[in-house]
Design a protein around this ligand. Structure first.
Ligand code: FAD
Length: 398
């Protein structure tokens, strides 16, 4: 079994395969695991799944539990404060875990390295792949001979060479604005005393997401299309942006910043015979709501269920097709819809639509049934459980 890419999605898939006794080879282009800290929110269904792999305790030791999150107005205050502990009756993990994705991969790496049936090769870039019906072939940069594998799980992110060499489309949009992520040692709670660890600060002109991690605060902001990259990441402009939210009277200490292009794109197919796509190689979305990596982990789960079912006798082509169709449907009908809506809501410019959004959010505070429904949706709990269970149920019938 070959997993291309040692990002969070590939590493979760590899660990689960290895724990199930399947020999797994992970090929990673980088010299080491990526240091990117793009994702920092793990939702409930991901915590439930990862706990069954035996890494839940370590993740919780390194992460920060955030049971409460807020929807706020930049020039106003709290619109809604949502408390995930109301879901304690349906989950052992009624919170978001704030933990950077590069910590997850570093929790998994030593476990994989200690297993006899798992191997990870760095500096090994997959250049192209071929669907050979009952197996897959892939070529590594600098090597003439292909590797033949029973299954190829493509987890090499947005620029997936597997997806491209199989000719799958990747339709959608790239937004004209980019997203700037900064981390700072400044304690935002000194300035905004009622701030929750996760806060979506809505604004038609300059919305901002404030996220507390165990080490510092992260701030995520949009950069208008006409602002050059070098200006956006200059210290002067970063200071100006943060001081526009709150001016502490001196400069913010900026620990790290990155500028990202943002996409809403979905692959034309997630599977073809023995090639399965998972994570950003199959779909991308804006980060509002924290669903890209989480849904990629759910892909990885169903992909491994598919591989294991075929080893137990299920028809390979039908199983592969089932994986692709269910995960694509979940992506289109849930992840893409939710994240597109989140982006529209955060920056809503139409006064009436903004008033309706605010009314809905404020209403959640006095309507426990609506609040629970909102939490089940935004935590991905219902959609992920249903999608994973459907794949498992239908695989069992093959
Ligand atoms: C600012 C920002 C914030 C975000 N916040 C969240 C969040 O809170 N929650 C959430 O769920 N999602 C979030 N996301 C999305 C999340 O970061 C991605 O969905 C996630 O990284 C996808 O993981 P992946 O393993 O599929 O791909 P990647 O993380 O891109 O990993 C791919 C791996 O494959 C390797 N690779 C690439 N090409 C090759 C090749 N040809 N051969 C071999 N290896 C290769 C790369 O080096 C890398 O290690 C955020 C994104 C951004 C930009």
């Amino acid at each position: 079994m070959v997993v291309a890419g040692a990002g969070p999605v590939g590493m979760v898939a590899a660990l689960r395969l290895a724990q199930a006794g399947v020999p797994v080879l992970v090929l990673e282009a980088g010299a080491d695991l990526a240091m990117d800290s793009k994702a920092s929110t793990f939702h409930i269904p991901s915590l439930e799944l990862l706990d069954t792999l035996g890494i839940g305790d370590t993740m919780h030791e390194q992460g920060l539990k955030a049971p409460v999150f807020q929807q706020r107005e930049r020039h106003g205050g709290i619109l809604a404060e949502l408390d995930l502990t109301v879901l304690s009756d349906v989950t052992r993990f009624p919170w978001r875990l704030q933990l950077e994705q590069n910590k997850l991969t570093r929790i998994i790496l030593p476990i994989l390295e200690s297993m006899d049936n798992a191997e990870i090769r760095f500096n090994t870039r997959v250049a192209r792949a071929e669907d050979a019906g009952d197996h897959a072939l892939l070529w590594i940069d600098g090597q003439d001979e292909p590797i033949s594998t029973e299954w190829l799980l493509a987890c090499e992110g947005a620029n997936s060479m597997v997806r491209q060499s199989l000719g799958f489309g990747f339709e959608g949009v790239t937004f004209p604005e980019r997203f700037l992520v900064m981390s700072t040692s400044f304690e935002f709670r000194d300035a905004i005393s009622d701030l929750a660890a996760v806060a979506y600060v809505n604004d038609p002109d300059e919305w901002i997401v404030l996220l507390r991690t165990p080490d510092h605060w992260r701030a995520l902001m949009p950069i208008p299309a006409d602002e050059p990259d070098d200006v956006a990441v200059s210290d002067a402009r970063i200071q100006e942006r943060l001081k526009g939210l709150h001016d502490p009277g001196s400069d913010y200490e900026i620990l790290q910043h990155s500028l990202y292009n943002v996409h809403q794109r979905v692959a034309s197919t997630f599977s073809q015979h023995r090639v399965l796509l998972a994570g950003d190689s199959a779909h991308m979305n804006n980060p509002l709501g924290g669903m890209g990596m989480n849904s990629g982990i759910h892909d990885a789960w169903s992909a491994v269920d598919t591989i294991l079912a075929v080893r137990d006798g299920a028809d390979a082509d039908k199983a592969s097709h089932l994986y692709g169709s269910v995960r694509a449907e979940t992506c289109h009908q849930y992840v893409q819809v939710m994240t597109t809506g989140n982006f529209q809501d955060m920056q809503q410019k139409d006064r009436e639509a903004r008033a309706a959004r605010d009314q809905m959010l404020v209403g959640l505070m006095s309507d426990p049934v609506a609040a629970r429904d909102y939490l089940l949706k935004t935590s991905m709990l219902t959609s992920a459980r249903e999608s994973i269970a459907r794949v498992q149920r239908e695989l069992a019938a093959l």
